[in-house]
Ligand binder design. Sequence first.
Ligand code: SF4
Length: 284
Amino acid sequence: MKIFPTQIETYLNCPRKYHFGRDPELRKKYFKSSPHLVLGNAVHDALQYFFDITKVKIPDRTYETLCDLLRDAWGGRGLFARNSWKQKRAREEAFGDDRETEKAWGQKGLNILYRFFNTQDISAVPLTAEQFHELRLTDGVILGGKVDRIDRLEDGSLVVIDYKTGKPPRQRDQDEIAEKDLQLAAYALLVARKFRGKVSRCSYLYLNDELEVGYEPDDDLLSRKEAQLTEICTRMVKAWDDDDFPATPNPLCGWCDFREICAEGQEYQKQRDAAVGAQSDLPF
Ligand code: SF4
């Protein structure tokens, strides 16, 4: 069974949501794109091609090139023409006929890239960008994941970067992130094993805030994370054997694509909305 770090995160948040998300029919019916998703995917795609030396030579790495790549990725055209049907559908779901809103989100993407262009090393040549990597975690589990970017430093060590277009966490303490984080640790593990090298740093790069948040994963930390990931993945495999995916209502129910078919999530959200409504004493 193949398990991705994002699925682990979803499973830990709510096993029912993870289960729904693995069903292609339910996904097709209920999963909806959003402005955030369109923006995030287009920015990732633009950066992937921007740093691909076979597609954009270093002298051609200008801000205008980056903007063109974003527009092409957004519209599913040019280098991204293979995605044209998928992008058309994603844009329709996210914006409908509202061209003004789509324009505002597109501008947001251009602004993110402007900050990126002016603050990051744009002559870097990553080892890989937006590539899938896999690792056999147990006899029955392959841990797989798409790593946004891997750089190799002069000393031979590897740096793992995960781009984020959303808001950074309130908690930015490096040690606490290293202790709690599983996603970056999973990527670091994948990279360390695949390239048989030392990962000197793994980090989230919050593009909108020009903020890098990460840690140095030493061997001891990676071993602990591997044990933790193995334990959770083993639980996930057992959940499939036992068909045991309880709903665990939580504050993210409000954004869950499957709430329409989840009685527990609906009830939780109803109570939450009522509590928020009761607190509100607006005079208008
Ligand atoms: S609505 Fe809430 S409880 Fe239901 S599946 Fe989604 S996250 Fe889980």
